[in-house]
Design a protein around this ligand. Structure first.
Ligand code: PAF
Length: 280
């Protein structure tokens, strides 16, 4: 496995190859990331992973500075997973001049759910991902389903800008108690870590209620928010949406997703569960 830090080194490592499978990450890798690399490997082409903590997608006061940078450990995991090239640029390499051209997802998407709580976040994500796509020139790119709205943004960008890239979604990996794996789980105190699976349990409760015929999604989401608040969480949102459009479900919505984002102390966790709904 080669580790490169500049666009020029990346070009040399790729040697004109454009058919690679790409796994963009911000590092501090866990088993969920490794599973994305394994998924990329299944496509039988060389695998490139990037490690870049992208300042453009962090708001003022968010965790950009304290986001763990663990390059050496990450490279070991990537190598063991069969990754061929790691691209780990620094901020000056990715943004040699201020990034005044940006990719702006539609406002209804950019300012909804996570975007409502993190203004500018999805423009920052879409912009860096487009830049990474242009540098790596992959045929396939793999993203985790855990960042469900991010995946929706990337799919929309790829479709509307005619990018010749197939987006592949990897399933969320969970700890034995149900907590979705996340680089941010490492921020949790021991007590918070014990409490953290409640977010997933609340989403599961919504799914279970819909499966028994409940269709009042707003009431279900409000109950989940109330229980989380009572347990000491600070809830950004809990919502049920159409999984294809991310819009509020309509009578014909068959694939739904229950999504939530909430803070435990200084840690913001997100999760989602996709499920089928057989109609009202
Ligand atoms: O999901 C992430 O880790 C990041 O948002 C991504 C896609 C690597 C862009 O910085």
């Amino acid at each position: 496995m080669q580790t490169v830090h500049t666009a020029a080194e990346l070009r040399a490592a790729l040697g004109g190859q454009t058919g690679v499978a790409f796994v963009p990450t911000m590092g501090n890798l866990h088993a969920g990331h490794v599973s994305l690399v394994e998924l990329a490997k299944q496509h039988g082409t060389p695998v490139v992973a990037s490690i870049f903590v992208n300042p453009l997608q962090f708001g003022a006061g968010e965790d950009f500075e304290r986001y763990p940078r663990t390059l050496a450990a990450d490279c070991k995991k990537l190598e063991a997973a069969g990754c061929d090239v790691v691209f780990a640029p620094d901020v000056a390499e990715m943004y040699p001049v201020p990034q005044t051209f940006t990719v702006q997802p539609p406002e209804t998407l950019a300012n909804d759910l996570c975007g409502a709580c993190r203004p500018g976040h999805f423009a920052g994500v879409a912009t860096v991902v487009l830049k990474l796509f242009n540098l790596v020139r992959p045929r396939i790119a793999v993203f985790g389903n855990k960042d469900f709205q991010q995946l929706h943004v990337i799919r929309g960008m790829v479709e509307q800008f005619n990018l010749p890239i197939t987006i592949v979604a990897g399933e969320t990996l969970r700890e034995p108690d149900g907590l979705a794996m996340s680089s941010r789980n490492g921020y949790l105190s021991t007590a918070e870590r014990i409490q953290a699976p409640q977010l997933q349990r609340e989403l599961s409760a919504i799914v279970a209620a819909v499966e028994t015929g409940m269709r009042d999604f707003d009431t279900l989401a409000a109950s989940a928010r109330r229980r989380l608040n009572m347990a000491g969480w600070r809830v950004d949102y809990v919502a049920v949406r159409d999984a294809e459009t991310l819009h509020p479900p309509h009578a014909d919505s068959r694939q739904l997703v229950a999504l939530g984002a909430a803070w435990l102390g200084r840690t913001r966790l997100i999760d989602n569960l996709r499920f089928s709904c057989t109609g009202a």
